[in-house]
Design a binder for this molecule. Structure first.
Ligand SMILES: [Mg+2]
Length: 101
Protein backbone atom coordinates (compact mmCIF):
# COMPACT_ATOMS: atom_id res chain seq x y z
CA UNK A 1 0.00 0.00 0.00
CA UNK A 2 2.76 2.47 0.89
CA UNK A 3 4.46 1.98 -2.47
CA UNK A 4 1.14 2.47 -4.26
CA UNK A 5 0.47 5.67 -2.32
CA UNK A 6 3.99 6.86 -3.18
CA UNK A 7 3.30 6.13 -6.83
CA UNK A 8 0.01 8.03 -6.70
CA UNK A 9 1.68 10.99 -4.98
CA UNK A 10 4.34 11.11 -7.68
CA UNK A 11 1.71 11.01 -10.42
CA UNK A 12 -0.22 13.80 -8.70
CA UNK A 13 2.94 15.94 -8.75
CA UNK A 14 3.74 15.04 -12.36
CA UNK A 15 0.21 15.94 -13.53
CA UNK A 16 -0.94 18.65 -11.12
CA UNK A 17 -3.73 19.80 -13.44
CA UNK A 18 -5.34 16.40 -13.90
CA UNK A 19 -6.31 15.44 -10.40
CA UNK A 20 -9.85 16.60 -9.93
CA UNK A 21 -11.91 13.64 -8.72
CA UNK A 22 -13.92 13.36 -11.93
CA UNK A 23 -10.64 13.31 -13.89
CA UNK A 24 -9.25 10.53 -11.69
CA UNK A 25 -12.51 8.58 -11.90
CA UNK A 26 -12.46 8.94 -15.68
CA UNK A 27 -8.89 7.62 -15.82
CA UNK A 28 -9.91 4.75 -13.53
CA UNK A 29 -12.71 3.79 -15.92
CA UNK A 30 -10.32 4.04 -18.86
CA UNK A 31 -7.70 1.91 -17.12
CA UNK A 32 -10.35 -0.68 -16.16
CA UNK A 33 -11.17 -0.90 -19.86
CA UNK A 34 -7.50 -1.52 -20.60
CA UNK A 35 -7.45 -4.32 -18.02
CA UNK A 36 -10.54 -5.79 -19.72
CA UNK A 37 -8.71 -5.59 -23.02
CA UNK A 38 -5.76 -7.51 -21.54
CA UNK A 39 -8.15 -10.12 -20.11
CA UNK A 40 -9.67 -10.53 -23.56
CA UNK A 41 -6.17 -10.91 -24.99
CA UNK A 42 -5.31 -13.66 -22.49
CA UNK A 43 -8.65 -15.41 -22.97
CA UNK A 44 -8.88 -14.98 -26.73
CA UNK A 45 -12.24 -13.34 -26.30
CA UNK A 46 -13.72 -9.98 -27.20
CA UNK A 47 -14.17 -8.22 -30.52
CA UNK A 48 -10.99 -6.14 -30.71
CA UNK A 49 -7.79 -8.17 -30.59
CA UNK A 50 -4.42 -6.95 -29.38
CA UNK A 51 -1.38 -7.94 -31.45
CA UNK A 52 1.24 -10.41 -30.31
CA UNK A 53 1.17 -12.88 -27.46
CA UNK A 54 -0.47 -11.97 -24.17
CA UNK A 55 2.10 -10.42 -21.86
CA UNK A 56 2.20 -10.71 -18.08
CA UNK A 57 4.12 -7.42 -18.02
CA UNK A 58 1.37 -5.63 -19.95
CA UNK A 59 -1.32 -7.11 -17.70
CA UNK A 60 0.63 -6.10 -14.59
CA UNK A 61 1.11 -2.59 -15.97
CA UNK A 62 -2.60 -2.13 -16.56
CA UNK A 63 -3.46 -3.50 -13.11
CA UNK A 64 -0.94 -1.07 -11.64
CA UNK A 65 -2.57 1.80 -13.54
CA UNK A 66 -5.94 0.86 -12.02
CA UNK A 67 -4.44 0.68 -8.54
CA UNK A 68 -2.72 4.06 -9.03
CA UNK A 69 -6.06 5.68 -9.85
CA UNK A 70 -7.70 4.04 -6.84
CA UNK A 71 -4.92 5.37 -4.61
CA UNK A 72 -5.23 8.85 -6.12
CA UNK A 73 -8.92 8.83 -5.19
CA UNK A 74 -8.10 7.60 -1.69
CA UNK A 75 -5.58 10.44 -1.31
CA UNK A 76 -7.97 13.03 -2.76
CA UNK A 77 -10.71 12.12 -0.30
CA UNK A 78 -8.27 11.45 2.56
CA UNK A 79 -9.66 7.99 3.21
CA UNK A 80 -6.37 6.11 3.57
CA UNK A 81 -7.07 5.08 7.18
CA UNK A 82 -10.65 4.11 6.34
CA UNK A 83 -9.38 2.05 3.41
CA UNK A 84 -6.92 0.23 5.68
CA UNK A 85 -9.70 -0.44 8.21
CA UNK A 86 -12.00 -1.67 5.46
CA UNK A 87 -9.34 -4.08 4.20
CA UNK A 88 -8.62 -5.24 7.75
CA UNK A 89 -12.33 -5.86 8.35
CA UNK A 90 -12.60 -7.95 5.20
CA UNK A 91 -9.46 -9.92 6.08
CA UNK A 92 -10.76 -10.53 9.60
CA UNK A 93 -14.09 -11.72 8.24
CA UNK A 94 -12.41 -14.10 5.79
CA UNK A 95 -10.16 -15.39 8.60
CA UNK A 96 -13.14 -15.92 10.88
CA UNK A 97 -14.78 -17.92 8.11
CA UNK A 98 -11.66 -20.10 7.78
CA UNK A 99 -11.12 -19.00 4.22
CA UNK A 100 -7.61 -17.58 4.76
CA UNK A 101 -4.88 -17.99 7.39
MG1 LIG B 1 -3.24 1.76 -18.98
Amino acid sequence: MDRLYKLAEGLNRRYPNGNAPYQIATRLAEECGEVASEVNHFEGSGIKHLKGAPSKENMAGELKNVMSCVMQLAIYYGVQEELERSIDASLNLLRSQGLID
